[in-house]
Design a protein around this ligand. Structure first.
Ligand SMILES: NC(=O)c1ccc[n+]([C@@H]2O[C@H](COP(=O)([O-])OP(=O)(O)OC[C@H]3O[C@@H](n4cnc5c(N)ncnc54)[C@H](OP(=O)(O)O)[C@@H]3O)[C@@H](O)[C@H]2O)c1
Length: 236
């Protein structure tokens, strides 16, 4: 069967590696849609993944969008659905953080964190459901910071805790449609986002984005239906 997979935040890091592995290694995913904001990294991802998809006889659709702008996101979802039809696999991966102590938290930034990390995944799922989409698999990327709050990471930790809980609800609520909902919480992974959280850390000593992508790939592969968990922790 030919399936389509949409990956948000696929211009770099875990999202890019996930899109790459879907194209390279998951035979029945024949259309991959990547979403991130316009940037040099997004252009490069579109070029590299486009070439890979072409070589594999697959289709890559690169759709620029700021998932923190929910109106723009709704328009992007409608456009994507018109273009590719049903989205079988959705990887809600785009993430934002600006770690500061509580005294310095600006409410607008808290709202931005909640919008990108929580409301955008919700909006993607709800809008597609409204369009009659049936999902086979939804993977929401949370974080170990959502399981245990960390000092200085209030907004990020709170948003990821909400993603874990939302995923539990979705898992129950969408089961009648045959949709599997997986919440995946990576630990420290060497990406740009991690550099914001831990600027002095040596990235060679922690997990690499391809390691997390391999676990996501397992869920999208036939074996994925046999893996059952509320919140999968992936860490070194
Ligand atoms: N790295 C870690 O240690 C770690 C640990 C636990 C969980 N996670 C989670 O893993 C996910 C992926 O992060 P990563 O570590 O791979 O970070 P990354 O390399 O910085 O990638 C983040 C991706 O999200 C996109 N993005 C951010 N804001 C966006 C927006 N408003 N609209 C559209 N796209 C947006 C970025 O593209 P643009 O900014 O160019 O748009 C980029 O493609 C995130 O949800 C993160 O919270 C990471």
């Amino acid at each position: 069967m030919s399936k389509s997979a949409l990956v948000t935040g696929a211009s770099r890091g875990i999202g890019y590696e996930t899109a790459r592995r879907f194209i390279e290694s998951v035979d029945d995913i024949t259309t991959v849609i990547i979403v991130a904001r316009e940037s040099d990294a997004f252009t490069q991802a579109r070029d590299e993944l486009g070439a890979l998809a072409e070589a594999r006889g697959k289709t890559l659709l690169a759709h620029p969008a700021d998932v923190g702008d929910l109106e723009a996101l709704r328009a992007a979802i409608a456009e994507i659905h018109r273009t590719v039809g049903n989205v079988d696999i959705l990887i809600n991966n785009a993430g934002y953080t600006n770690p500061v102590p509580i005294h310095q938290v600006e409410f607008a930034d808290f709202e931005r964190t909640m919008t990108v990390n929580l409301y955008a995944p919700f909006t993607l799922i709800q809008e597609l459901l409204h369009l009659g989409n049936t999902f086979e698999l939804i993977v929401n990327i949370a974080s170990t910071a959502g399981i245990t709050g960390r000092s200085g990471w209030l907004t990020y930790s709170a948003s990821k805790a909400a993603v874990i809980n939302m995923s539990q609800v979705l898992r129950e609520e969408l089961a009648i449609y045959g949709t599997r909902v997986v919440c995946l919480s990576p630990g420290r992974t060497a990406t740009a986002l991690r550099r914001v959280l831990a600027p002095t850390e040596d990235p060679t000593t922690i997990m690499q984005p391809e390691h997390v992508a391999q676990v996501i790939e397992a869920f999208a592969s036939p074996v994925g239906r046999y893996i059952d968990s509320e919140n999968i922790v992936v860490r070194l």
